[in-house]
Design a protein around this ligand. Structure first.
Ligand SMILES: [Fe+2]
Ligand SMILES: [Fe+2]
Length: 165
C-alpha cells in the first residue's frame, strides 16, 4: 500500500517547479565543489597555504550542500541527476572554469560563483517563505554558508592587496 506522505502534502508551492529548482541547485553545488577542489590543487602565488586551506574548506561545504539538496529531492519524490554530463544542462550559475593557477584569479572567479549562488538562494528562499518551511530552512542554512564564503574570499583578497602590492 502506497502511503501518501504528509511531508509532500503540506507544501504550498508547485512541487514540479520546486524539484526543478532543487535540481539546478544540485548541479550548481557539484560545479562549485569541483571548482574549489580544482583551484585548491593548482593554486600558486602569494599566501598559497591560506588560499588552498580556504578553498578546501569551501569545497567540503559545497559537497555538504549537494548532500542536503539530494536528501530533500528524495523526500519530495524527485530523482537526482544520474549523469555528471547533465550538470551544465540544469545549472543556474555559469561554471567559471579555472583559467589560471594564480591564486588571485582563482579567488576572483570563486567570488563570482558565490555571488551567483547568493542571488539564486535568496530568490528561492523568498519564494518559499511560509510555503515550504523544511526546504526554506535548508536553503536558509545554505545561503548563510554562501554569504560566509563570499566574505572569506573577499577578506583574503583584501589581505593580499595589503601585503603584496
Ligand atoms: Fe553551496
Ligand atoms: Fe559557497
Amino acid at each position: 500500500m502506497a502511503i501518501k506522505l504528509m511531508a509532500r502534502q503540506i507544501i504550498e508551492v508547485d512541487q514540479k517547479d520546486l524539484l526543478k529548482k532543487l535540481t539546478t541547485a544540485f548541479a550548481d553545488e557539484w560545479s562549485a565543489y569541483y571548482q574549489y577542489w580544482l583551484g585548491a590543487q593548482i593554486a600558486k602565488g602569494v599566501m598559497r597555504g591560506v588560499v588552498v586551506a580556504e578553498l578546501i574548506e569551501h569545497a567540503n561545504e559545497e559537497l555538504g550542500h549537494a548532500q542536503m539538496i539530494t536528501n530533500r529531492i528524495i523526500q519530495l519524490g524527485g530523482t537526482v541527476t544520474m549523469l555528471p554530463s547533465e550538470w551544465s544542462k540544469f545549472a543556474g550559475c555559469k561554471y567559471n572554469a579555472v583559467k589560471s593557477e594564480n591564486s588571485l584569479t582563482i579567488l576572483q572567479e570563486n567570488i563570482k560563483g558565490e555571488q551567483c549562488a547568493i542571488k539564486f538562494y535568496d530568490s528561492l528562499l523568498k519564494e518559499l517563505h511560509c510555503k515550504d518551511f523544511v526546504t526554506a530552512n535548508m536553503i536558509s542554512k545554505i545561503l548563510e554558508d554562501e554569504v560566509k564564503h563570499e566574505q572569506d574570499l573577499v577578506t583574503i583578497l583584501e589581505d593580499l592587496s595589503v601585503c603584496c602590492k
